[in-house]
Design a binder for this molecule. Structure first.
Ligand code: FMN
Length: 193
């Protein structure tokens, strides 16, 4: 019996990514890799917030090292592993810190107050603290008139995907395929796992 088609994998992959934006799934936290100014790799988890037309978006603090890294080198990679499905998803793409003010504001307005409060620190992510409880805040209540100050630090990052790499270890032989963007379409191939 023939297995899943490349088209079937592509649909499944996009469906799983979309589901990851609606509920917590193994693909909700993607490990994002960037490189710093010295060419050193950096990796950390981010929450995928939106998936649309081969583009995925996450939010971050504009003062964070990753924001600087992205603005200096747009090429990024992301990865996640779904242990229940035994599937690894790898993504390569080009990241852009959103400058479309309407989109950024609309995104912000749709975030929960709890998420707004993640931007309430008056110092940059990664700045040294004397004690862990000593993070100075801007003392702002989310949704208060002053929450505009929290918004200042809010970054919305869009990653235009150039390639998806799908590795399925659930059966033997393992199956791996890649979807590479080619203008308005995707070139799909099976590759050796
Ligand atoms: C489960 C989880 C989800 C996270 N989601 C985000 C996120 O969506 N955006 C973000 O900037 N940092 C997120 N973080 C924190 C980052 O992994 C990282 O520690 C922080 O952003 C500083 O990264 P940087 O120094 O590379 O800029 C998350 C961490 C965890 C553990």
């Amino acid at each position: 019996m023939p297995g899943i088609s490349l088209d079937g994998v592509f649909q499944k992959l996009n469906h799983l990514l979309l589901e990851a934006t609606k509920a917590r799934t193994p693909f909700t936290i993607l490990q994002l890799a960037t490189v710093d100014g010295a060419g050193a790799p950096k990796v950390r988890g981010v929450v995928v917030r939106q998936v649309e037309d081969g583009k995925l978006s996450f939010i971050t603090d504009l003062r964070s090292p990753k924001a600087k890294e992205i603005s200096e080198q747009a090429l990024v990679a992301l990865s996640a592993y779904d242990a229940d499905k035994s599937v690894q998803l790898r993504i390569e793409g080009s990241a852009l810190i959103n400058a479309d003010e309407m989109r950024r504001k609309e995104f912000w307005d749709n975030l929960r107050a709890h998420t707004h409060h993640l931007f309430n620190s008056s110092i940059s992510p990664g700045a040294e603290l004397p004690q862990p409880e000593d993070t100075p805040t801007m003392g702002i209540q989310a949704h208060s008139p002053g929450s505009g100050e929290l918004y200042e630090h809010f970054g919305l990052v869009d990653v235009t995907v150039g390639r998806f790499d799908w590795l399925d270890l659930s059966s033997y032989p393992h199956q791996r395929c890649q979807f590479t963007r080619n203008h308005d379409s995707w070139k799909a191939i099976w590759v050796a796992p």
